[in-house]
Design a protein around this ligand. Structure first.
Ligand code: ATP
Length: 236
């Protein structure tokens, strides 16, 4: 589904990704974990076209997507839930969802997707006329995910969906991630600081450290790795 080969990304002189190679197979949940500043967000931004890479290749369903704009990449079936949610606080829940469908024009399809979002997140249906900025953190994350699903993506990029949420909401969000994968077959690339939850839902995982992949493989095996347990799972 998604392949990165020796990808290098810079912010001015800062070399944020130093040759990242990753494979996200069709139908899988893949976790990307790592500490602060490791380059996780940069990886997602590079994949979704929000940040240009300097060299290497990013392929979506076999197609090199270098140089494509984010909306063009979205039309190829990829949707990105950015870090910090970035919902529109002055717009209602429904308006936020409709904006997620800006690449679509068929009103019927848009309305159907809004209803699918409400089925997935009943809390959003109850709050459809409420302003985005007045939702709780967990509800905003639900809205950000529902908005990204408006284009019915085959690949969903999730940047730290559990950030700042209470345990109850964290569980609800991870449940949805698993359901999307199981019921719709959505391929998911999941960036998380909450490594234990991410490794529990993922099939495969990559560990990023200062812009380089340090470890990769079966998520269950990575979860048992001693260096990972010490660094990211809070164990001594
Ligand atoms: P966190 O978990 O803290 O969000 P991360 O793994 O997502 O971290 P990135 O946000 O991708 O890490 O950052 C990777 C590196 O690139 C960091 O050193 C960061 O300071 C730098 N960086 C990120 N965005 C920019 C920017 N817009 N301009 C300059 N440097 C940046």
């Amino acid at each position: 589904m998604l392949e990165l080969q020796d990808v290098h990304t810079y912010y001015g002189h800062i070399h944020a990704l130093k040759g990242v190679t990753m494979d996200v197979p069709d139908g899988e949940i893949v976790a990307l974990i790592g500490g602060n500043g490791a380059g996780k967000t940069t990886t997602l931004r590079t994949v979704s076209g929000m940040q240009r890479h300097k060299s290497g290749s990013v392929r979506l369903k076999g197609q090199d997507i270098a140089g494509l704009r984010p909306d063009q990449i979205m039309r190829l079936g990829m949707s990105h839930v950015p870090e910090g949610r970035r919902i529109f606080p002055q717009l209602t829940v429904r308006e936020n969802l409709e904006l997620g469908a800006y690449t679509l024009s068929d009103r019927k399809v848009i309305e159907q997707r809004v209803q699918e979002g409400f089925e997935l997140f009943p809390r959003l249906r109850e709050r459809m006329s409420q302003l985005g900025g007045t939702l709780s953190g967990g509800e905003q994350q639900m809205l950000a995910i529902a908005r990204a699903l408006m284009v019915d993506p085959t690949l969903l990029l999730l940047d730290e969906p559990s950030m700042g949420l209470s345990p109850k909401f964290v569980e609800a969000i991870f449940d949805i991630v698993e359901r999307l994968n199981r019921e719709r077959g959505t391929t998911i690339l999941l960036v998380e600081q909450n490594a234990s939850m991410a490794l529990a839902v993922a099939k495969r995982a990559y560990v990023l450290q200062t812009g380089e992949i340090r470890l990769s493989g079966d998520a269950g095996v990575i979860a048992q790795d001693e260096s990972v347990r010490k660094a990211y799972l809070g164990e001594d």
